[in-house]
Write a protein that binds this ligand. Structure first.
Ligand code: NDP
Length: 340
């Protein structure tokens, strides 16, 4: 089986590709430049089952037509995720939505493709206008109320990002339903994805992906920042969810929240200070805040039981606990920081 993975140089994609290769798949990855292609090949130790295609502009309707040839499934991860964008329509909404449509068009022209798995987000689920909503449990069929106009005219980047994810996911469902495609669709909606970077994929902290920046953002911070999105997903659990999404027949045409649990920035600070693996010189760079104070009970949560049941996912926190995940990440980033 051959799988197309878009955005192959991304944080989450690296783990998805590694899982696919480990499980005997052929992988075609797409990236935007030749330098990124070489870096991905190197990170996966030039595995002969991995090839890379350069797709410089995902918004072109034929962008993926060549890369997808002979593929049986797609993991679509290429999409902008960051908070430094200025032109929200050009930099977030257009690539996210049009990139998704390009993938749907390419899959439709390729009879071997049976399934498209879209990496959506809790951003597509979350209704920020409802406020903290203590007691509310978000479910797999909840949707953000944001419109294209909301994203385009937003005054804060997270709003535009959430709109870009919601509208891209909606576009995929609409495409599949209207065109009655031969392939089925699965969408995965993770929270903030944390985890050490796949070995060999991060050369400088300047290139750290957006979600892990929340963790590293505590280092040298004066105080513990407010928590913006209090749900987290382990990158290894999420990669496993992508693999199972390709494999589990009855998961077709379903949407899944894939969330390990709740977190808040104070908890991240406490984990750093309580860790017996993180050296003192790193700990003392993180603010202490008010140890032990938590958002628990003061804010919404989410229910991932459908992913556990249907995708057969193990979101067991003893395996992928927040303390282990954060400690591994901080140790890795502190090392990179020390070398720079
Ligand atoms: P990364 O920033 O590490 O990877 C993003 C990938 O998308 C890169 O390959 C990047 O390529 C590509 N990309 C970004 N902008 C564009 C664009 N305009 N056109 C084409 N490709 C683009 O992020 P993650 O691995 O964290 O994210 C991967 C996917 O998971 C995204 O769809 C994201 O929305 C989703 N997601 C992530 C979460 C998280 O917390 N990390 C949570 C929920 C969903 P390049 O290097 O060339 O920019």
């Amino acid at each position: 089986q051959r799988i197309l993975v878009t955005g192959a140089n991304g944080f989450i994609a690296a783990y998805c590709i590694a899982d696919l290769l480990k499980n005997g798949y052929q992988v075609v990855g797409t990236v935007r430049s030749i330098e990124k292609a070489y870096a991905v090949l190197k990170a996966h130790q030039h595995n002969p089952s991995l090839i890379l295609e350069i797709v410089p502009d995902v918004t072109k309707t034929t962008a993926f037509d060549k890369a997808i040839q002979g593929c049986h499934g797609v993991l679509h991860l290429a999409s902008p995720f960051g908070y430094a964008y200025k032109d929200f329509e050009a930099e977030l909404l257009v690539p996210s939505i049009k990139g998704t449509i390009s993938i749907c068009l390419a899959a439709t022209k390729t009879p071997s493709v049976k399934r498209v798995v879209l990496t959506s987000s809790f951003a597509a689920v979350f209704d920020a206008s409802a406020g903290p909503s203590p007691g509310r449990i978000y479910k797999d069929d909840d949707w953000s109320p944001l419109t294209y106009e909301d994203g385009k005219t937003a005054t804060a980047t997270p709003v535009a990002y959430r709109a870009s994810k919601k509208l891209a996911e909606k576009a995929a469902w609409q495409f599949m339903n209207e065109k009655k495609t031969a392939w089925d669709l699965i969408t995965l909606c993770p929270g903030m994805v944390f985890g050490a970077l796949f070995p060999g994929t991060l050369d400088s902290l300047k290139n750290l992906n957006t979600s892990n920046q929340i963790v590293w953002g505590l280092i040298d911070a004066k105080e513990v920042p407010d928590t913006k999105a209090p749900l987290w997903t382990s990158v290894t659990a999420l990669a496993r969810a992508h693999l199972h999404a390709l494999n589990v027949q009855e998961a077709g045409n379903e949407r899944f929240l894939v969330i390990n649990g709740s977190f808040d920035n104070q908890e991240l600070a406490d984990i750093i200070h309580e860790s017996d693996r993180i050296p003192e010189k790193v700990k003392e760079r993180a603010p202490k805040g008010v140890p032990g104070s938590r958002l628990t009970g003061k804010i919404f949560t989410a229910d991932s039981s459908k992913a556990v049941k249907v995708l057969g996912l193990d979101l067991d926190v003893t395996q992928q606990s927040l303390p282990n995940t954060i400690t591994d990440l901080v140790l890795q980033l502190a090392d990179i920081d020390a070398q720079s």
